[in-house]
Every structure is written in structure tokens, then in C-alpha cells.
Design a protein. Structure first.
Length: 105
């Protein structure tokens, strides 16, 4: 399921000119490093990826409905951090890569 979800997120992103530079899916959350055109607000990017992936996952894996009653796969919130002098692209990529050490699948 994890591999399928990663592939699907990358496909969704490409449809909207969003580039996923790094991606890790953990048991209870996901980390994505994305770049996107300025016409897409960060909140819109989160909305696109979360809504499209949830719908597709419920269709592909109907057993998820037993665990996520009401169709709420992802929580409402998200966290955004921008890059700058104190936080580099390499820092973010390293952090996301290190998250897979705690992954259960």
C-alpha cells in the first residue's frame, strides 16, 4: 500500500506541475518536500494531494473504510516550512530520509 500511495502522490503532483523532491510515508503521517509554481498556494497543494490520494486509496483499498469511518484518511492540518539560510534543501532531504528508520512498512 505504501509503495502504491507514493507512486500515486507523484502522479497527482505531476498533473498540477508540483515536483515532489522527497517523500516518506510513515504509519501516522507523511513528509513531502515539494516545489510548485507560485500560482499554487501551499494550502491548495496540501488539499490537492490529500483529497485525491484519500479518494483513490479508498477506491483501491476498500478495507480502509473499516478503519477510517466517515472517509477521513488524512487529518485536517498540515505543516509547511520554507527554506532559507538556516534551513537548506539538503537539511530537509536528510530529515525526510531519516524518517524511514521509524517506519513500520
Amino acid at each position: 500500500m505504501c509503495g502504491w500511495c507514493k507512486k500515486f502522490l507523484i502522479e497527482i503532483a505531476a498533473e498540477y506541475d508540483i515536483c515532489i523532491n522527497s517523500l516518506e510515508i510513515l504509519p501516522d503521517h507523511a513528509h513531502l518536500l515539494v516545489s510548485a509554481p507560485p500560482r499554487l498556494a501551499p494550502s491548495r497543494i496540501a488539499q490537492i494531494l490529500k483529497s485525491r490520494s484519500a479518494k483513490a486509496m479508498f477506491e483501491r483499498f476498500p478495507e480502509l473504510r473499516k478503519h477510517y469511518y466517515g472517509g477521513e484518511l488524512w487529518i485536517d492540518g498540515f505543516m509547511i516550512r520554507s527554506l532559507g539560510v538556516k534551513l537548506t534543501l539538503d537539511d530537509i532531504k536528510k530529515y525526510i530520509k531519516e524518517q524511514r528508520q521509524g517506519a513500520l512498512f
